[in-house]
Design a protein around this ligand. Structure first.
Ligand code: ZN
Length: 396
């Protein structure tokens, strides 16, 4: 086992308030030791035990932080929706029905092709600093197509979610109740062994509150934790359904009334904000400031998908959260790391403390604020996942 010591990290973000200062638990001139896939030691470089680390990486004053935890993505699909995207740039509004275009392409694709494509997106995200990533199914919408999508999601991503209730497929558009029965019955039974989470798209044009509740409850009966696509396109019932059903997260939260904010603030349900989608569709942004001020837990995620935001960039999500959602830099960085971990019910990622996963993002920058200050710029100098250096960008 190679033990790696990353030393002279100018700003080491641990997200552990017990070892560092401020909300981000910052250690100045810090060091972190990675051993057997776990963080073995964190502290000031000056306090590093003599001889620690077979391999030393001198960060040269750069900033390091826990790798990003992207708790909401759709990686298993075929084809693209470029035509829909271009239409939204020419005045069309984003509509959930476009999902069916991707469903057709996904059903026609071979499993190997789906896996290759999902793997390519996962790798793209990893190179950009995402060390933990969730993926949903949701473009198969038959028992067999959803089951294989869930298997691909589990193989490619770190966490997998069953999203059979993404939209009613074209062949059952006249029988939505029959489709919900399929989702909560045989489809769920075929998918549950591959996933930890169940999700539904609760929105006009997708599934209503009662249908979403039925899906979440059926998932819970198989031991799955709930998530819900909620309040993306309007002030619907989704957020309150998510809270009442004890979901780990309510995702989107773009259009909220006070009762939604209060419900989130007085619950354990994480409000997962997806500003890359709002950027891509040209809709208004979620009010992250309002949620944080009310006391809600907040996560940032990519929602990478072909129809409403085809980006894996957590850095850009942070920049948008700071400028458009009203988050401070430290809040946005927390939301993209430990917030995502909470939305996945994980306590071993999103934080650099002894025993946590050895997932580290080294920035070509002195401070995490550069993620917002230099939007769209590749600031990745190195990425470690499970203690293995997967991205190396040597300094000139
Ligand atoms: Zn989504």
């Amino acid at each position: 086992v190679v033990v790696t010591a990353i030393v002279h990290v100018g700003t080491l973000v641990t997200n552990d308030g017990e070892v560092g200062r401020g909300a981000l638990g910052v250690i100045d001139d810090g060091a972190v030791v990675l051993e057997a896939g776990r963080v073995a030691w964190v502290g000031a470089t000056s306090a590093l035990p003599e001889g620690a680390g077979d391999e030393r990486v001198d960060a040269g004053g750069r900033c390091a932080l826990p790798g990003f935890v992207d708790s909401h993505a759709h990686l298993v699909f075929a084809g693209d929706r470029l035509a829909d995207f271009v239409a939204t740039t020419e005045g069309d509004e984003y509509a959930p029905g476009g999902i069916r275009t991707t469903v057709d392409a996904t059903r026609r694709a071979s499993t190997a092709a789906l896996e290759r494509h999902a793997q390519a997106l996962r790798h793209e995200a990893l190179r950009a600093g995402t060390t933990t990533m969730e993926s949903k199914s949701g473009y198969g919408l038959t028992v067999d197509d959803e089951a294989r999508s869930c298997r691909v999601a589990r193989a490619v991503a770190d966490e997998a979610t069953f999203l059979g209730a993404h939209v009613v497929p074209a062949e059952l558009v006249d029988d939505p109740a029959g489709y919900v029965e399929l989702v909560t019955g045989p489809m769920l039974a075929a998918c549950a062994p591959s996933v930890r989470f169940v999700d539904a798209f609760c929105e006009d044009g997708a599934f209503d509150a009662d249908q979403a509740r039925a899906v979440l409850r059926a998932g819970a009966s198989h031991g799955l934790l709930g998530k819900l696509h909620a309040n993306q396109l309007g002030r619907g019932p989704g957020v309150r359904v998510a809270v009442e059903e004890g979901c780990v997260s309510a995702d989107h939260c773009t259009y909220l009334v006070d009762a939604d904010v209060d419900a989130l603030a007085s619950s354990q349900t994480v409000a997962t904000l997806l500003p890359l989608t709002e950027f891509a569709t040209g809709s208004g942004y979620a009010d992250g400031r309002r949620l944080l001020d009310a006391g809600a837990r907040v996560a940032l995620a990519s929602n990478c998908n072909p129809g409403s935001g085809y980006s894996t960039s957590m850095s850009l999500a942070i920049a948008l959260a700071v400028r458009e959602l009203g988050l401070r830099v430290d809040e946005a960085v927390l939301a993209a790391t430990v917030g995502g971990a909470t939305a996945l019910r994980r306590d071993d990622v999103g934080v650099l403390r002894r025993g946590a996963r050895a997932d580290v993002l080294l920035l070509e920058a002195p401070s995490p604020a550069y993620l917002a200050y230099r939007p769209g710029v590749d600031l990745v100098a190195g990425v470690w996942k499970d203690g293995e250096r997967v991205v190396v960008t040597p300094a000139p």
